[in-house]
Design a protein around this ligand. Structure first.
Ligand code: SAM
Length: 276
């Protein structure tokens, strides 16, 4: 008897608030798969019911993913196709699925994305911050020490930072961002994207902290925090270092002038010699 051809693992993005954002291809994939692998089956059952889809649901979340991966890979090999979804947005983006996708690909099976909503990309597309290069950091650590340490590591990052945050931690995270990255750093706080109370607040981190402290409504819902990279700061330091070097070298030997200017400005010595 011939072997059945293997099935496909479809990784299906679902809405982050507005149900009209479910793509026609996502709908068809959900209708046609053998089963839907869902982070929370109750949540996904409601989504499927809204669209009149009746498919078996199987839970796949961070606590059972590692253990389920092997049997799901076997089922795929045997010809079954699955649609992997999370509660909202794109699976694997701060959501479960990575272990299963890795196992399926390692087994030589087909993994196919059905792209769609993702809060990070939606926020970036509307924030008006540099978007040619950005760093997605997901959620900052919940504990204050680890959070500040992570921010310290990101302080010199020149690309736009993209962070996820929940309502119950947004104020303390924003305050730590201001404290570690500098309260003057420009940021955009995107809240409740695609939903009724969608809001994008623009301003320096300090000003955003004040805005949230004053207005409880701005602390509700789901958030993407985008922070301008450190490039502007780095450019200012370079200009200052070069000016200092030019002044000092009128009175000191060049190597000594460069050492002092580098120390004051934090700019590497070599960078001081270029430009005017
Ligand atoms: N996989 C999802 C995606 O593609 O965006 C993200 C899942 S993560 C567990 C949930 C976080 O995403 C929320 O805490 C929030 O930071 C962000 N998020 C999800 N939906 C959002 C929305 N409608 N507006 C703003 N942020 C949202």
């Amino acid at each position: 008897m011939s072997q059945p051809s293997p099935g496909t693992l479809f990784v299906v993005a679902t809405p982050i608030g507005n149900l009209e954002d479910l793509s026609p291809r996502a709908l068809r994939t959900l209708r046609e798969c053998d089963a839907v692998l869902a982070e929370d089956t109750r949540h996904t059952r409601q989504l499927l019911a809204h669209f009149g889809i009746e498919r078996p649901l199987q839970a796949l979340h961070e606590h059972n993913e590692a253990q389920q991966a092997a049997s799901l890979v076997e089922a795929l090999r045997a010809g079954r196709s699955f649609a992997l979804v999370s509660d909202a947005g794109t699976p694997l983006v701060s959501d479960p699925g990575f272990r299963l996708v890795r196992a399926a690909r390692a087994a030589g099976l087909t993994v196919s994305p059905v792209p769609g909503p993702c809060a990070a990309i939606a926020a970036l597309s509307a924030a008006g911050l540099p978007s040619d290069r950005f760093v997605f950091e997901g959620f900052l650590p919940a504990k204050v020490g680890a959070r500040r340490q992570r921010l310290l590591e990101l302080r010199e990052e020149s690309r736009t930072l993209v962070l996820y945050e929940s309502a119950h931690r947004i104020e303390e995270s924003l305050a730590d961002c201001a404290g570690v990255l500098g309260g003057g750093r420009h940021a955009v706080l995107a809240r409740e994207l695609t939903k009724r109370f969608e809001t994008l607040l623009d301003g320096a981190l300090d000003a955003l902290c004040r805005r949230l402290a004053e207005d409880p409504d701005q602390r509700r819902g789901e958030f993407v925090l985008l922070i301008e990279g450190a490039a502007a700061d780095a450019d200012a330091a370079l200009a200052q270092g070069r000016r200092l070097y030019a002044l000092l070298s009128e009175h000191l030997p060049p190597s000594q002038a460069a050492r002092v200017a580098a120390e004051f400005s934090g700019v590497p010595r070599k960078a001081l010699y270029g430009g005017g």
